[in-house]
Design a protein around this ligand. Sequence first.
Ligand SMILES: Nc1ncnc2c1ncn2[C@@H]1O[C@H](COP(=O)(O)OP(=O)(O)OP(=O)(O)O)[C@@H](O)[C@H]1O
Ligand SMILES: [Mg+2]
Length: 364
Amino acid sequence: MMVNDKILELKNLVKKFGNVTAVNDLSIPCIKRGEFLTFLGPSGCGKTTLLRMIGGFYYPSSGNIIMDGEIINDIPPEKRKTSMVFQNYALFPHMNVFENIAYGLRVKKLPRKEIEKRVLNVLGVVQLEGLEHRKPNQLSGGQQQRVALARCIVIEPQIVLLDEPLSNLDASLRVMMREEIRKIQKSLGLTTIFVTHDQEEAMSMADRIVVMNDGKIEQIGTPLEIYEKPTTLFVAAFIGYVNLLKGKIKSRQNEPLTIATDLGEFFNMNEELKGFKVGDEATILIRPEAAWLEKASLKRERNTFKGRIMSFTYIGYIARYYVEVEGQELPFIIEISNPGGRGILKKGEQVTITLPSKFHCIRT
Ligand SMILES: Nc1ncnc2c1ncn2[C@@H]1O[C@H](COP(=O)(O)OP(=O)(O)OP(=O)(O)O)[C@@H](O)[C@H]1O
Ligand SMILES: [Mg+2]
């Protein structure tokens, strides 16, 4: 990595409101220029507070925000290289689209001609040409969203801060806007920090996801790492559903790793789990789409256990089965694709669940 690839660093950031610690000693060593980073976490975990500190709207209780190698804690928002779209996108209701977008440029006292040129250009980028004379209340939710985005990027910031910018849109517009934002971000090379509590939104948009919980970082990683290799149970359960099976490492001679559980021994060819030693407690994580389900057979084969179908949901492209397994508190949830082609198993049927030969475990 080249030195100037790094644009932002957060170092031991803390933000307290009275006795509430909204952000708790949080560090991100390197946010890269042009990167699309997502803060993902449940309501109240500190996402907005963190974003507002980066934008200069809150002063940190302690710690540092370092941009291009300089501590910027004292720099006011308008003098930072950041621009923020707020959670409720806060358009000025009495101004038309043009004036809303031009606002930041007027504050900077740019010449009138230059303002006009830049506003018209950005209207093209967000595909709102022709709507510049409308007031916010004469626009659809998606159009207002794009005005907020245009107002943010027109000042040509280096870092764009977006706080749940799609939360007020309906499902299909949301998906369209995801792609639109990503396209604009890539074409302008904007470093983007995007806050959401929607895991699918985070997965589909981000280069890296920062999973937050209770003012702290649980894990930072690519969408693939976060989904396939969560490092904590919180991350595993927050990103989609996961079946958990408690066990203990029994042996690891010559591979595979053997894990003893209440349901028998399971063999794991996953070479990424070298750190585990015999005797370690490990929880096996199995995503619903990662295991196989079929009518019970008499023979016990490797990595299988038995259960009974409690219920299922047919969703067309998959069938989701809830399988009761003796000795387990929760049913196993298994999804099988193309149920129309494969045939649907019935409620009450005895089944065999087969785990994959490689699976992920968390030290517990
Ligand atoms: N100005 C404030 N005064 C007091 N407490 C605050 C203030 N702002 C935020 N908090 C508290 O700090 C914590 C983090 O809030 P924050 O708004 O950062 O959460 P969030 O992750 O953005 O949540 P959401 O997904 O609901 O928007 C919460 O417990 C909240 O109640
Ligand atoms: Mg918030």
